[in-house]
Write a protein that binds this ligand. Sequence first.
Ligand code: BES
Ligand code: MN
Ligand code: MN
Length: 479
Amino acid sequence: MAVEKVEASLMDRESQAINRLLDWLRIPSISTDPEYKAEVRAAAEWCAAQLREAGLTTDLHETGSPDQPGHPVVWAHTDGPAGYAGPHVLFYGHYDVQPPDPLDLWESPPFEPVIKPADPGAQGEVPGERIVARGAVDDKGQVSMFLEALRAWHDETGSIPIKLSVLIEGEEESGSANLEKYLQDNKAALEKADICVISDTGMLSRTTPAITYGVRGLEYTEITLHSADQDLHSGLWGGRVPNPINELAKTLAKLWDDNGRVTIPGFYDDVLDIAPEEQQSWKQFEQGQVAALKKIGLDDSANRGESGFNAVEREWARPTCDVNGIWGGYTGAGAKTVIPAHATAKVSFRLVANQDPAKIAVLFKKWLDDNTPQGCRFEFTDFHGGWPGTVSTESPYLAAASRALASAAGTEPALIKSGGSIPVVGMLKKSLGLDTLLVGFGLDDDRMHSPNEKFELSCWRMGLRSHVRMIDEFAKMTV
Ligand code: BES
Ligand code: MN
Ligand code: MN
């Protein structure tokens, strides 16, 4: 059978496949930083070449507008075999990466990928053989599992056995600002798809794969509190005028009540309750919490958040507000007695169904207006948002993916949600009515977005086999 032949070839081609991924990881495709524009494009070209070699019709599509160009989308398509009656699958991934800072904490340079050996004496949750580089797991390494599965199907059987479109974007890590318009402009091609597949999430553990059926949404803002039109001597002016840092800190502290709930009026209006069946089935995941805290240097006293919900519920089904950065005044060496003219904070919200990021931005702005300290003024910037995404667990596509994962891993996949955000999931649902399967192979300790990001080869191999088998399962379906 074809799938066995394709699987058998994976071993022979492994070292070349890994070398290809290492080549991609060497391209610093940092989408937020304009300095890296050319490198971002080079990463897109690299990816397009892989898809071409797998026999797909492939193009780079420009995004944004002539005065504000975005990073290109890699688009590819194949019609599949003549007379194909299965689903039209859309694969989505992203080739851009987060900035590597802080650089001094990397054990090896972020864009010089290395394969580190497993620790022979290691027991349990200790990294095995792994690739260390920015983008190793988020998301180049995970996209490479799919690219290599395509290549293997193409090389071993001469073609791809399903109808497939591929959309790999370069702006996910900077908020997918141009994606909504891209989806609208290409609606005709996209709305023909039956299901979207994404590998950009995690497994339950090293040995148990997972299908993620929900991700949270996001609303990201920056606020600056201004007072005097100049920095002031704190001896002459301290006690006479508001200090924007003191006032910003006091204002931010009002965002949560003693129960850990966000105090912005209307914030919870659209939040759906957790279904009793979900609450029941999530109990099995709660026991991992103590170990998870221990791994980041905490004990159970740090198991805190909105009261009335356990940690799994808080991550998967409750909205939050977090300050992601705060600065102002003097931060250099030694002392400087100053009352600064302004202070700034980055404030973001993780959202759950059915919260609307645009509505949350409006509510927060109004809350700031109502809570502006006297003698001060708030400046508000709305960066980006994304809707929460939830996927039905009943679909035949999920069943097909589940069979593929079970046979690739030798264990049934867990059905989980995640607190992270992938803006395209909500966009595809809203603008095209398209459901997504989130089939990812990352681990909690992969250090996504942090120094020494890694992807374990055992996870990469499982993902590669899973993609080979998912393609086969989809090919066997009729829609
Ligand atoms: N791949 C992540 C999201 C993710 C990770 C989801 C693990 C579930 C499990 C993605 O690249 C990411 O980092 N998303 C950002 C949002 C984006 C708008 C910058 C996030 O979640 O902060
Ligand atoms: Mn990602
Ligand atoms: Mn990311």
